[in-house]
Design a protein around this ligand. Structure first.
Ligand SMILES: CC(C)(COP(=O)(O)OP(=O)(O)OC[C@H]1O[C@@H](n2cnc3c(N)ncnc32)[C@H](O)[C@@H]1OP(=O)(O)O)[C@@H](O)C(=O)NCCC(=O)NCCS
Length: 182
């Protein structure tokens, strides 16, 4: 017979284990505070923020990293399109300073990209970030200047993940709405 405690233990992560789960409205304050800590007051002037002002994030692609029931990281996704091809802009990605270097950031980036692309609607996950961090996870360098953001970006930081590996070099155009008909 399985006791209630044993059943709960079987479905619970081990102590200290990092997990990723869907964000809920109960996480809003944590995510706000985390983004303020990670990016500071200048975050509202960032070009990626301007994209999110124009096109809403998809809350069903907001994930939280958690250890022992304590939220420690967050990632958002914004559905977009470039040259009529649907995809997503990943970010902000942040891990609380007390929980860094435990794999939360990479787990969040990998999981949110997998979740989004598995829907079969979007073909790529774009982001503005460090090559050293994201390229080992599968992101590729885009052709500098090809993808136009609503503000300045360092073109060497514009990275793209897609099943079609040629897309990083070939995708060209302005960031637009995911669904132009919507
Ligand atoms: C970047 C960030 C999300 C990483 O979170 P994390 O949970 O510590 O990441 P992980 O544990 O998965 O990976 C840590 C590793 O990545 C390295 N790393 C962290 N930031 C890096 C960067 N910008 N470039 C290259 N490597 C980086 C760490 O040194 C560490 O290396 P190690 O494993 O050899 O010790 C976190 O530092 C953060 O929130 N930073 C502020 C916000 C930010 O810059 N977000 C990314 C915007 S693109």
């Amino acid at each position: 017979m399985t006791t209630l405690a044993a059943a709960k233990a079987a479905s619970s992560p081990a102590a200290g284990q990092l997990i990723v789960r869907a964000a809920t409205s109960a996480d809003d304050v944590f995510v706000d505070d985390l983004q303020a800590i990670a990016f500071g007051p200048g975050r509202f002037a960032r070009t990626a923020f301007r994209v999110r002002e124009q096109f809403p994030i998809d809350p069903s692609l907001s994930l939280i990293a958690e250890v022992d029931g304590t939220a420690c990281g967050s990632v958002w996704m914004t559905p977009i399109s470039v040259d009529g091809l649907k995809g997503y802009l990943l970010g902000p990605l942040a891990t609380h300073p007390n929980f860094r270097k435990r794999g939360a950031g990479k787990l969040l980036a990998r999981e949110v990209a997998k979740l989004a692309l598995a829907r079969g609607e979007g073909q790529f996950v774009l982001l503005v970030g460090d090559q050293d961090y994201y390229c080992p996870l599968g992101w590729d360098i885009t052709t500098p200047g090809n993808i136009q953001f609503p503000g300045p970006v360092d073109p060497t930081r514009v990275l793209l993940l897609a099943e079609d590996k040629s897309l990083a070099k070939s995708l060209k155009g302005e960031i637009a709405a995911f669904d132009p008909e919507a």
